[in-house]
Design a protein around this ligand. Structure first.
Ligand code: ZN
Ligand code: ZN
Length: 317
């Protein structure tokens, strides 16, 4: 046997050193990657009748965003979601409702575009509420409730006219992020101004000790409101409550940006979306609209679409 050439040996030593260095050095990018949720890619092409590891993730996802309520409503029974990896009838119906809401081919299968849509960062507010009500496309097909109320939360909660001048403050609770409070303040001021320009509302930041209607802050994991965040790279990036609650929370573990790089979430776009919920708007299936539930990394959506403007103007007409 020939001994390896010296240049090849040197090359091997170099590669070994690089690998060792990467393994030893603390690397914040690597530690974020480790927290990525289970990729759903391998479920592509799954269909009814199959049992495949990972399908439970899809069931949990659909349950979390209200799709179990959709199916209960259609079939007029209260189905308890099977906590397993079996692709059953219920899962197929839920996938169809999801595909309707996201303007996908309604085939009840886990095709590429459906899985890609599910893996996008999104708002934590469910697409379908506990009563099976939705402000998205699904309701048009199965709920038979087409009409002006399709953009709102069930019961159309809204702020009374005496509250058209809303005040907001930041409640950071010691949760540390890369976004400082001055940056957060100017981002929120811009997002509030965008909504103020098309509605009756005016918004003003207030300080410590003053009365506020809206409370904004970063939170991490379970944070006391019954809707825990899911960590770095998790699907949920923020959530807010409908009127007149006023709470708006961002997941502190996400990679936030104000001029977002391809691995960052745009803080202003998400703020604009969550203020929509604060004002009483639900999710829409209009992909141009700010109230569409998902946002890609590096994507910005800082202007309201006609669907958003129609929504707020109809609710407060
Ligand atoms: Zn939302
Ligand atoms: Zn929260």
């Amino acid at each position: 046997m020939k001994s390896p050439k010296p240049t090849l040996l040197l090359h091997q030593v170099f590669v070994f050193l690089i690998i060792s260095l990467v393994a030893i050095l603390p690397n914040p990018i690597l530690s974020k990657t480790q927290l990525q949720p289970l990729s759903l890619k391998h479920l592509e092409g799954c269909r009814k009748g199959q049992t495949v590891k990972g399908l439970q993730e899809v069931k949990n996802y659909l349950k979390k965003f209200g799709y179990t309520n959709a199916v209960a409503n259609i079939n007029d029974y209260h189905h308890v979601h099977e906590d397993d990896n079996k692709f059953d009838d219920v899962l197929e119906s839920e996938i169809k409702a999801y595909q309707l809401n996201y303007n996908l081919d309604v085939n009840g299968k886990l095709d590429t575009s459906t899985l890609e849509q599910m893996m996008l960062p999104r708002c934590g507010v469910p697409d379908i509420d506990n009563n099976g009500e939705s402000s998205m496309r699904w309701n048009h097909y199965y709920g038979g409730r087409m009409g002006l109320n399709f953009k709102f939360f069930d019961g159309k909660p809204k702020w009374p006219p005496s509250k058209y001048n809303l005040t907001y403050k930041f409640t950071l609770d010691g949760t540390e992020t890369e976004i400082d409070v001055q940056t957060l303040s100017s981002v929120c001021a811009r997002a509030f101004a965008t909504w103020a320009a098309v509605s009756h509302f005016q918004f003003r930041e207030v300080g410590e000790g003053e009365h506020a209607d809206i409370f904004i802050g970063f939170r991490r994991g379970a944070h006391g409101d019954g809707h825990p965040f899911d960590g770095a790279g998790g699907k949920i990036v923020a959530h807010a409550f409908h009127p007149t609650d006023g709470r708006l929370h961002y997941d502190a573990d996400e990679n936030w940006g104000t001029d977002p790089a391809s691995d960052e979430i745009d803080l202003e776009s998400v703020t604009l979306h969550e203020i929509g919920h604060i004002l009483g708007l639900g999710h829409t299936s209009d992909e141009e609209a700010v109230m569409f539930p998902t946002i890609g990394h590096g994507e910005t959506k800082r202007q309201l679409a006609s669907d958003d403007i129609n929504g707020v103007q109809t609710l407060y007409a």
